[in-house]
Structures are given as C-alpha cells and as structure tokens.
Design a protein around this ligand. Structure first.
Ligand code: ACO
Length: 334
C-alpha cells in the first residue's frame, strides 16, 4: 500500500478587502461586536464579474501545482469541495478542469461544506494508497458574498463569511513513514437544517420563490442557529482530533500544528484551551479572511507553509466541523 502526501499547496483570495467598518455602513453592526464574537477583522469579497468560485480555484490550483514542482499534465484527477459552485449543475470539478485545460481526466464534486476539504483529502488519500492515481488536485473554493443578506436582518451570518480558494496536490509519498497517517469522517444529518441554505433547491424551486415572496423570502439566504452550532463545534472538534491521535498512538503534545477549519476564532480558542494546546500549536487566519468554508483549511495550510510553520517531519493535524452537520480530521506526518 502506498502512502499519500501533500506535495504542494496554494491559495488565492480576491483583492477586495471588506473591513468591519465597511460592513457597518451596510448594516447595523460594529467592529467591536464582530471581533469579540468571531475574531474577524476583515474578509475578501469578490467585487467584479470576472471572478467566480472556479476562477479562484484556478489561481489556487496554479499556485499548488507550482509549489509541488509538477506540470499540470501530471495531474490525473480533480476533487473539488464547495457549497457555492458556479452552476446548480454541472458541478465545479468540470469547470475547473476546463479552465486548467488538462486533457479529459475525471473530476469529482464534494458537498460537505466546512468539512468538504477533509472529505476530499480522504478520498484522494484512498486513490493514492491503492495506486489508482499518482497526483490528485484537491480544491476548496467558496464565493459566499454574492448570496449573503447584507442588511441588518442578515448580520448574524453575513459578517462571518468570506470568499477565497485553497488547493493541494496529493501525491504518492517517496517515504512510507511520511504522509497522511489517517482521516476520520463523521456526519449527523438530524441537524441538517441548523446551518443551511434551503431556498434555491428542489424543495423550494426558484420559480416558486419568485412567484411567492421573491426578495423577501428568507429561505434564499443562509440560515445559522449560531448558539447551537457553537456548542456542537466545541464538542466535535476535540472528539475528532482525539480520535485521530488515538488511532496513531499519539498525544496532543505530539502535534506540531493544528489547523482547524476557520469557523470562528472563539471556537478555535475554546478547542485550544480544552485540549491544552499552546499558541504555537494552533494556526488561525480567520482575522484576515473570515470563514471561507471548504476553502479555509487549504488557505490556512498554504499560508502556514509559507510562514515556515509547516516543516518536513512535523505532525500536522487538520480538523473541521460544519453544516450537515459534518466533522472530520486528518493527521499528517509532513
Ligand atoms: N452586529 C451587531 N449585533 C448583532 C450582529 C452583528 N453582526 N449579529 C447579531 N447581532 C445581535 C443580535 O441581533 C442580538 O441582538 P438582541 O439581543 O437585541 O436580539 C445580539 O446581537 C446577540 O445575538 P446572538 O445571536 O445571541 O449573538 P451571539 O453572542 O450568540 O453571537 C454568533 C452570534 C457569533 C454567531 C455566535 O452564536 C457564534 O459564535 N456561533 C458559532 C457559529 C459560528 O461561528 N459559525 C461559523 C460558521 S459555521 C461553521 O463554519 C462551523
């Protein structure tokens, strides 16, 4: 059995910076409230028609390909995680495949929201382990800003989310002791509606929305039961990280860097405290980008690597929790 490693990482965020002060001009909010509750100071929001979920994914992918030192022709599969694809159908994998202009390789779409990148990484891990593929492009990209309720009515959700993309090249490891040690995936569909976008769907078709309440229909905006999500997240993160450590006979003190899904700084800090991790052991960049859902872990991983916080031999733990609910972890000997 092969071992799979992350050979290259890359990210891309739109140029347009939206500060908390900018938001306070759109809705009744203020920077103190947002920073105290979420840690977010600014986020990137697409402000032009040229950018999309796919175009951001393309830029992140190019950076990951360069970082991996391979040619794009060496990629033999794409796995794309997002909750905000360019189109209702077809999925985002094929739009990225077209933009990358890489032959006719397979492209798979993953719909697991904040845990999407880890679900995708887990699939890539299995394909590499079995020898089916050699280099897999795993991408998370989200274009949230176009679909948020940017009025006071939507402030509890819209201040949290940002746009961006992150990518990784997952390849066969030359050393069996290096690479992805294990992945752990969970879900609990009974809470599907606690963090969801119900509106444009086969339960609520677009023509039906237009015919009824139109713009006033709340179901066209994301809904989040914030307090419930918070409580579940701070329980599931430590559980799934603990599961990964236990499977590999490792302790929290062995972790060189935990990169949690950037849901909310308060959630990450709660997890850090409850697991007795030091500041050096946890990476956060939500302050700059907000919550970018499936993109948050690959963006953070790429940035942590650029900052020299991910080095060969390090034990890296990735963990996520989000809509579904879904939660997941991956333990990697870098
Ligand atoms: N600015 C100012 N006031 C606001 C804002 C805002 N942006 N949003 C809500 N408020 C108001 C509310 O209207 C409410 O006012 P009221 O008391 O007059 O009714 C008051 O602030 C408190 O609202 P709550 O919703 O109770 O605020 P809470 O302290 O619970 O914080 C938050 C909300 C930040 C969402 C919190 O529940 C939380 O941290 N939840 C975790 C969920 C999360 O972060 N999810 C991230 C995305 S999901 C994921 O990735 C897993």
């Amino acid at each position: 059995m092969n071992s799979a490693m992350i050979k290259g990482t890359g990210y891309y965020v739109p140029k347009n910076v939206v500060t908390n002060e900018d938001l306070s001009k759109l809705m009744d909010t203020n920077s103190e409230w947002i920073i105290e509750r979420t840690g977010i100071k600014e986020r990137r929001w697409i402000d032009n028609d040229d950018e999309s979920t796919s175009s951001m994914a393309l830029e992140a992918s190019k950076n990951a390909i360069t970082d991996a030192g391979i040619d794009k022709s060496e990629i033999d599969f794409i796995i794309f995680a997002t909750l905000s694809p360019d189109y209702y159908f077809p999925g985002p994998g094929v739009t990225l495949q077209k933009e990358l202009d890489i032959d006719t390789i397979g492209a798979l779409d993953v719909r697991n929201q904040c845990s999407g990148f880890l679900y995708a990484l887990s699939i890539a891990d299995q394909y590499i382990k079995t020898g089916m593929y050699n280099n897999i492009l795993v991408v998370g990209s989200e274009y949230h800003s176009g679909g948020l309720d940017k009025t006071t009515r939507g402030r509890g959700v819209s201040v949290i989310f940002g746009d961006g993309a992150g990518a990784a090249i997952v390849s066969k490891s030359p050393d069996k002791n290096r690479g992805i040690l294990s992945t752990h995936l969970h879900s609990q569909g009974e809470h599907a509606e606690e963090l969801a976008l119900i509106g444009p769907s086969t339960r609520r078709w677009v023509p039906e929305i237009i015919d009824n309440e139109g713009k006033d229909d709340q179901s066209i905006y994301p809904y989040m039961n914030g307090t419930f999500v918070f409580k579940q997240a701070v329980t599931r993160f430590p559980q799934v990280i603990g599961e990964a450590l236990q499977q590999n006979n490792l302790q929290t003190t062995d972790i060189d860097l935990l990169i949690p899904h950037q849901a909310n700084l308060r959630i990450s800090q709660f997890v850090q405290r409850s697991m007795k991790l030091t500041d050096d052991q946890v990476f956060n960049n939500i302050q700059k980008y907000g919550n970018t859902t499936a993109a948050s872990i690959p963006i953070a991983l790429a940035e942590a690597k650029l900052e020299g916080r991910v080095k060969e031999g390090d034990l890296i733990c990735l963990a996520a929790f989000g809509s579904g609910f879904t939660w997941a972890s991956a333990l990697i000997r870098w």
